[in-house]
Design a protein around this ligand. Sequence first.
Ligand SMILES: Nc1ncnc2c1ncn2[C@@H]1O[C@H](COP(=O)(O)OP(=O)(O)OP(=O)(O)O)[C@@H](O)[C@H]1O
Ligand SMILES: [Mg+2]
Length: 222
Amino acid sequence: MPVIVIGSPKGGAGKSTTAVLLGTELANAGANVTFLDCDPNGSLTLWSDRAPVPDRVTVISEITEASIIKTIRAHDEDGNVVIVDLEGVASRLVSRAISQADLVITPMRATTLDATIGVRALSLIAEEEEALGREIPHAVVFTMTRAIRSKQHKGIESSLKQQGVDVIEPPLMERAAFSALFEFGGDLRSMPAQGRMDSALENASAFAQAVYKRLTAQEVAA
Ligand SMILES: Nc1ncnc2c1ncn2[C@@H]1O[C@H](COP(=O)(O)OP(=O)(O)OP(=O)(O)O)[C@@H](O)[C@H]1O
Ligand SMILES: [Mg+2]
């Protein structure tokens, strides 16, 4: 079953938020989800300490360079989705996680600075592909976007697409409910209402479905 790695060397790009939204939506749809918290700052561990984790979700903390591959292999079993949340750096731990991925998702804010640093994630993936001699499916998701796409956003998006980068639709919008995940723990369904919950749920669910489609397309191709 799939190993999904959420990675970008850009700090604050929305990695942990993307991981929690994706994992809790997949769990809500019936999957067993294991989060591997590989960030020494422990965002996902803090999230799991705030409230009971949703059904079918497990969080494993303090994963290191030495334990990452063993831990991924131990949890990569039928009916289980492994989601790896990485620190915003380039490190050996990051390379090792990428080497085990069925899909790498790079969250990116649609600003020039963030995109410039964010695309370094794509170079890291290309280096791993070269080392392993296999393709590592990967995609970018824009995060913290506004309802109306800025000129900058459109420009960055079309430049990525021209380079053949897979850009996940829909992007993750900037939403109070998404930032509140780390305040309340749990998921969008269990937290007290924050702004327009129906839109937040629809956005998170459509994003998770877009990711799921990529995973199933790979299985069919395999
Ligand atoms: N879609 C969103 N809507 C609103 N706020 C968001 C969204 N995505 C992320 N944030 C907020 O932006 C900040 C950074 O997000 P997050 O912690 O997910 O990024 P990160 O890439 O994991 O950061 P780090 O590199 O430090 O691990 C957090 O305060 C988070 O609540
Ligand atoms: Mg994080």
